[in-house]
Design a protein around this ligand. Structure first.
Ligand code: NAP
Length: 343
């Protein structure tokens, strides 16, 4: 079967850093075209990555019949409209996180994909890293007892007013940029949907975006997520899965470099000095390449990507409720999505 031909919307940093190298290496995938609001930027990126076609508008790329799959790494406010346009043009779409900021937007996208008979997925590359699969297998096999808590921290410092993360009108802020990882992570490991959330935000007075956000969620079955994310604090990523009989700690839960093994510690809690601790390592992998290959397989086999419609809906419903809770200063219920997390 022919390779799937990918078209890239925009000249995003994440495309340059991670997805274009991954797509060049991915089995069953080839780079076909890239589009920018400025054709010279598209041409420059096309030269850098040997992409045969460059367009000066997103619409021109979507109209190219050679393109099978669209990768959408535009700013957050363009995820839904451009994904809908791409589906209407008959393309499959891998869209950057967070795909949708509201449940109603998520419903529009998943319904459009179903109607068009096309695959749509939210680009949580983390789900494709073997360390996540391994950790979930340990949780399901009871290695740490009953999973009670998921605790996540994701922080960096970016004060650039021109950065997409610091522009409220285009979907900036810490909750949407990195809080979405905490939400998706907890749904992945609990394998269920949260019922209610609370959220505290510190808003940057100049940008109007949340620069320090702490959230909590209560899951069906009693498990709890707690997380802190920040766009203006030290660089850190942490994830702990707390069980009744032990816990799991990830060295690099979200952005483990492709040339480094991913290390996990599983601790029985025998003492506080690591006496019950075993260290495990997964060999180095490019999680972005695995994401592209998995998506390509989903297209070929006409089945959902592991990040299913249920995940798109569940993530959006939770983010929407967290944003609401930050305003109301109350616990907010999650609107039912009628789907289940996980694959
Ligand atoms: N999965 C991951 O690991 C990961 C990591 C980082 C970011 N992301 C996600 O990827 C998306 C892009 O993030 P990024 O940091 O790569 O952003 P970025 O470097 O600023 O790129 C965004 C691109 O969108 C296009 N664009 C269209 N309208 C725009 C507007 N009003 N303002 C700015 N750019 C606009 C621009 O391309 P043209 O002007 O050339 O058309 C720009 O290059 C976000 O949704 C983010 O959450 C994911």
């Amino acid at each position: 079967m022919n390779d799937l031909t990918w078209g890239i919307l925009g000249t995003a940093g994440i495309a340059r850093k991670a997805m274009l190298p991954a797509l060049r290496a991915a089995e069953g995938c080839r780079l076909g075209a890239i589009a920018s609001r400025d054709v010279t930027r598209a041409e420059a990126m096309a030269r850098d990555f040997d992409i045969p076609r460059a367009y000066g508008s997103y619409e021109a790329l979507l109209a190219d019949p050679w393109i099978d799959v669209i990768y959408n790494p535009l700013p957050n406010h363009l995820h839904v409209p451009l994904t809908l346009q791409a589906l209407a043009a008959g393309k499959h779409v891998l869209c950057e996180k967070p795909l949708a900021l509201t449940l109603s937007d998520a419903r529009n996208v998943t319904a459009a994909a179903q109607d068009a008979g096309r695959v749509v997925a939210e680009a949580f590359m983390t789900r494709h890293h073997p360390q996540w699969r391994r950790a979930r297998d340990m949780v399901s096999s009871g290695r740490i007892g009953r999973l009670n808590g998921v605790q996540a921290m994701f922080s960096y410092c970016n004060n650039d007013p021109g950065n997409v993360r610091n522009q409220k009108a285009i979907g900036g802020g810490g909750l949407y940029d990195v809080g979405c990882y905490a939400v998706d992570t907890a749904r992945f490991f609990f394998g269920s949907e949260p019922e209610a959330v609370s959220c505290l935000m510190d808003i940057d007075p100049d940008f109007g975006t949340d620069r320090l956000t702490t959230g909590a969620a209560r899951f069906a079955g009693g498990g709890q997520l707690s997380f802190t994310v920040s766009t203006q604090s030290a660089l850190v990523q942490q994830l702990t899965l707390l069980g009744s009989d032990g816990y799991l700690v990830f060295d690099a839960p979200f952005n483990c470099p492709a040339d480094h093994p991913a290390r996990l510690a599983v601790d029985s809690g025998a003492d506080l000095l690591g006496g019950g601790r075993a260290l495990l390592a997964c060999p180095p992998v490019d999680q972005y390449r695995l994401q592209a290959e998995t998506f390509a397989q989903a297209v070929r086999q006409a089945r959902p990507d592991p990040a299913t419609a249920g995940d798109i809906l569940g993530n959006a419903a939770t983010l929407e409720a967290l944003a609401r809770a930050a305003q109301s200063h109350r616990w907010e219920a999650i609107s039912p999505t009628t789907n289940h997390a996980g694959d």
